[in-house]
Design a protein around this ligand. Structure first.
Ligand code: GLY
Length: 368
């Protein structure tokens, strides 16, 4: 991590000739054109794909790009998961064509995870791939989805099933965009931050324990700290296992097997992703306790932190049999066997095979 000028902290994602910086700080949008010309010197045109809900931020990016002499095509996308569809993708491909998008163009994504995944997929596929810049505006996308190059869209009943690994050339995280983020969405993003504490960073976990109030008040220092540490952790994992082939990157899915099943049975949108992850982390910790991998103190300490961050940890209506069925379709199923990412101590998790339905059911029941 390094300070770049007075305004930003920079985390580098080291991937050889595809390395890129993540600039983190407040009020950074006026620096976007300069950073784009550093990373993508041939840029003549920007396709700015943005969430309609953050049009003020998108307009600020538009103005700074236009003032720098760049041609900009604005593509507004409705908020919500429904925009990650084949029909939405087709519409954007057509617009890109009509706007004379070519290899001198760059896609800039302004919004949360939906926009990042969709715009990233547009960049990965149009003209066999053009550069991508991520400007994530939600906490969840700032600490997770904007970094690491996962892009994609959904098919009915199958999330993220069509997509590509396509690393951005630049990520700009303006933490001022969190000022207007609804509290529930902000809190939901904190689940992914707590996740990094459990899987890799005991110091971050302790920082969250000691600074929950400052974080919930969105105090700039505390926010920069947790965003930068989360991005650094993700950058380190992505550098070592970019395409999730060694099992390392899978640790980022701690709590997610339970979470995806909960999201699926409750209907997408009932629980926010981070809320489901928080409950999933509690279930995973309980499963680890059932298997004798961690103590009950570990489970209570993690639950206490999640509660301090105002996240849910329990789901009263959870039906073990139904959740187990859904989990059988999880991406971590290999040769018909489900594997869980489970802690063995604070800051360390492992991929654990051979867990029985009874053990999983017990953990789910304990989290009701
Ligand atoms: N969100 C998990 C990953 O990027 O691998």
């Amino acid at each position: 991590m390094s300070a770049s000028g007075d305004m930003a902290t920079t985390v580098q994602v080291d991937l050889g000739h595809r390395s890129y910086p993540i600039h983190i700080g407040r009020d950074l949008l006026s620096l976007v054109p300069e950073w784009i010309s550093q990373q993508c010197p041939a840029t003549e045109h920007v396709v700015l794909v943005f969430d309609q809900n953050v049009d003020a931020i998108a307009n600020a990016v538009f103005s700074s790009l236009e003032n720098s002499g760049c041609r900009v095509s604005m593509v507004a996308v409705p908020s919500g998961e429904a925009s990650k569809s084949v029909s939405a993708a087709e519409k954007i491909w057509q617009t890109m064509l009509a706007e004379h998008t070519d290899r001198g163009s760059v896609v800039v994504a302004v919004g949360g995870g939906v926009i990042g995944d969709l715009a990233g997929f547009m960049a990965a596929t149009f003209a066999r791939g053009i550069p991508l810049v991520q400007i994530p505006t939600t906490l969840l996308s700032q600490v997770d989805s904007s970094v690491g190059g996962k892009t994609g869209i959904n098919l009915p009943g199958a999330k993220n099933i069509v997509g590509a690994f396509w690393q951005p050339s630049l990520v700009v995280i303006d933490t001022a965009s969190l000022d207007s983020l609804p509290r529930r969405e902000f809190v939901s993003g904190l689940a992914e931050v707590a996740k990094y504490g459990v899987i890799l960073l005991p110091d971050l976990f302790e920082f969250l324990e000691g600074n929950a109030r400052a974080i919930l008040e969105k105090q700039p220092e505390a926010i920069s700290q947790i965003v930068a540490q989360s991005c650094q952790a993700k950058a380190d994992v992505v550098r070592q296992d970019e395409r999730e082939t060694t099992g390392l990157r899978a640790i980022l899915n701690y709590g997610h097997t339970f979470a995806h099943a909960l999201e699926s049975v409750t209907g997408y949108g009932t629980l926010l992703h981070g809320e489901a992850v928080s409950i999933g982390m509690h279930m995973a910790a309980l499963l680890a306790e059932t298997l004798g991998r961690v103590s009950s103190d570990f489970v209570s300490r993690q639950e206490r932190l999640l509660q301090q961050l105002e996240l849910p940890t329990r789901y009263a209506d959870a039906k073990p049999e139904q959740l187990w069925q859904v989990m059988q379709h999880d991406k971590k199923v290999q040769h018909g066997k489900l594997r869980f990412i489970l802690p063995s101590r604070l800051g360390h998790v492992e991929l654990v095979p051979g867990v029985s339905e009874e053990q999983v059911a017990h953990a789910i029941e304990m989290a009701r």
